[in-house]
Design a protein. Structure first.
Lengths: 111, 115
């Protein structure tokens, strides 16, 4: 069962911040929010994950609302190479934590 | 270091043939997952191994699909009597240990086309 809702597509200007929203209103207290992206013809690439607190790494920032019902992935300075499908995933803590992908958001970064 | 590798990258099979797809996970990774991705869709979970034990095979679509990881490292996904609906990209992923704090690293996938 897909537990996340994302917009189908988004555009972003090169050099600007890309903010990708995700709704996960039925998330449980022990479930993590994960973000992956998939560039055409490649395997999914891990971006970032979090439980309750906001997280930042070299690729992106993850902002999780206090009630944990939604989150936003932020790419601070989008480049053309960031054009990809971005998947927001709620990950279960049991059975190794299989990933349940939805349809994702197709992000197009334009010059 | 080396990532997850999969072979072959492309496979064309005639309907009814058996195929075997190989996954080499990152060395030392305990958990291994197989996913199936149809054209235009997100990946769908097939099966999960912790070392050599297959702990979850709930996503395997039929008894024609079989996966193994006999020594807890390399894994093989076998599809018997392939059908056209089996055409998809098959993705393998590994993670250091079980649990949701460990990210999964994906291979490039094997694109299977059944004619």
């Amino acid at each position: 069962d897909t537990k996340t809702t994302q917009p189908t597509s988004m555009d972003c200007a090169e050099g600007r911040a890309a903010n990708l929203p995700c709704n996960h209103s039925t998330i449980s207290g022990n479930e993590y929010v994960y973000w992956y992206r998939q560039i055409h013809s490649q395997g999914p690439q891990y971006i970032i994950h979090g439980l309750k607190n906001n997280e930042t790494n070299e690729m992106a920032s993850l902002i999780i609302t206090e009630d944990r019902k939604s989150s936003t992935l932020i790419l601070p300075h989008a480049t053309l190479r960031d054009t990809a499908v971005y998947y927001c995933i709620v990950r279960a803590p049991f059975q190794g934590g299989k990933l349940i992908f939805g349809q994702g958001t197709e992000l197009s970064v334009k010059p | 270091g080396a990532g997850v590798s999969q072979s072959p990258r492309y496979k064309v099979a005639k309907r009814g043939q058996d195929v075997a797809l190989r996954c080499d996970p990152i060395s030392g990774h305990v958990s291994l997952f197989w996913y199936q991705q149809a054209l235009g869709q997100g990946p769908e979970f097939l099966t999960y191994f912790q070392n050599e034990a297959q702990l979850d095979k709930s996503g395997l679509p039929s008894d024609r699909f079989f996966a193994e990881r006999p020594e807890g490292s390399v894994s093989t996904l076998k599809i018997q009597r392939t059908q056209q609906e089996d055409s998809a990209v098959y993705l393998c992923a590994s993670s250091l240990a079980p649990g949701p704090i460990y990210e999964q690293y994906f291979g490039p996938g094997t694109r299977l086309t059944v004619t």
